[in-house]
Design a binder for this molecule. Structure first.
Ligand code: ASP
Length: 343
């Protein structure tokens, strides 16, 4: 394993393609964006009152030490690049665009087997879904995170990072590629994963879809292949707009009404995701306001607020739905549809 930190674009005469004469070793590129995995705590052992995004990606890589040599890092060149340094609750369109650009650029290098992204868990499912739709890469683009800060007494980040490197390096040989998450010993499809717990180390699942693979002792045990064939990426140009459309999430619940929708309409909202009850049902007062908004050109998309399953076709509401996406992912989908329309 060799490591190197990159901050600039590849210059002519850069690394050769793997498999060409001279046998260049496959590379895995680590892109750092912050999160708890890079966080530190003011009090020893405080796994809640910490500050995210304090350590650089090079430092996180350094903490893997001999575990890399013994495991997935053997025979792989690792490079790292700091793309952002934020708590992912504060994720912005600018960071999404920069991350998508850097990931696309590295994935396009023939010598790169896969890319790993360190990220916070809070908006991980949104970033993963965005990268899935925009890039739909054939190579592994593996996002990882942690539930405890980097200086926790028993940190989970190093193992997650190691597992992500395993997936990036070994995925292609085992029919695994595309956007994935590596967390708590399992791999999840980026388009399906969601955060389901605020504290547990095993904080993600994929609703009905289940995991893609286990990562055990530096090896992948596949449960199914990913991504499905024929995915068409939207392409980076969809993120080029300086002003992104306004897309909000409204929730149907007991006592819901249409006031929020009316306020959003007045403020120029272009898309609304409805986090629905039951099998996509919506309080009748909220529904009336949504239909008014739809008549005025607002794009609507229903998602389920309960975290798994999808709206079973044939329900009475009949508004478009986002399949098994979470409301937050459905918001990304609607954002991308609007961006694609105006591109
Ligand atoms: N607030 C943190 C973040 O999303 C939480 C985490 O990473 O687990 O960046």
């Amino acid at each position: 394993m060799t490591t190197q930190t990159t901050r600039k674009k590849r210059t002519p005469g850069g690394p050769q393609a793997a498999g060409s004469a001279g046998a260049v070793r496959p590379q895995v590129v680590l892109l750092g964006t912050g999160g708890t995995i890079a966080g530190t705590s003011p009090r020893v052992g405080d796994d809640v009152g910490y500050t995210a995004a304090q350590r650089g990606i090079g430092t996180l890589l350094g903490t893997l030490g001999p575990a890399l040599q013994a495991g997935p890092g053997r025979g792989v060149d690792l490079q790292s690049e700091q793309v952002a340094q934020i708590d992912s609750k504060d994720m912005s369109h600018a960071v999404w665009r920069r991350l998508a650009e850097r990931a696309a650029w590295h994935l396009g290098r023939p010598e790169v087997a896969g890319v790993v992204v360190t990220h916070g868990t809070d908006t991980l499912e949104e970033t993963a879904y965005l990268l899935h739709r925009v890039l739909a890469p054939a190579k592994p683009l593996v996002l990882t995170a942690a539930m405890r800060p980097a200086d926790a007494l028993l940190a989970d980040g190093p193992q997650n990072l190691l597992d992500a490197i395993t997936a990036a390096a070994q995925g292609p040989g085992q029919g695994l590629g595309g956007v994935m998450l590596a967390l708590a010993g399992r791999l999840w499809a980026g388009a399906q994963a969601r955060k389901v717990h605020p504290y547990r180390l095993d904080a993600f699942d994929a609703g009905d879809a289940g995991a893609l693979a286990h990562v055990e002792q530096g090896r992948l045990r596949l449960l199914r292949t990913w991504p499905p064939a024929g995915l068409e990426p939207l392409g980076l140009q969809v993120l080029a707009a300086d002003i992104w459309p306004e897309v909000q999430i409204v929730t149907s619940h007991a006592g819901a009404d249409g006031r929020l929708v009316d306020l959003l309409l007045d403020s120029g909202v272009q898309g609304l995701v409805v986090a629905c009850t039951g099998n996509g049902s919506i309080h009748h007062d909220l529904l009336a306001a949504l239909l008014r908004a739809q008549r005025q050109g607002v794009m609507l998309l229903r998602a389920l607020r309960q975290g798994s399953g999808c709206i079973v076709a044939g329900d009475a509401v009949g508004l478009p739905d986002a399949g098994s996406l979470t409301p937050a992912q459905a918001r990304v989908e609607l954002l991308l549809r609007l961006l694609a329309r105006q591109a």
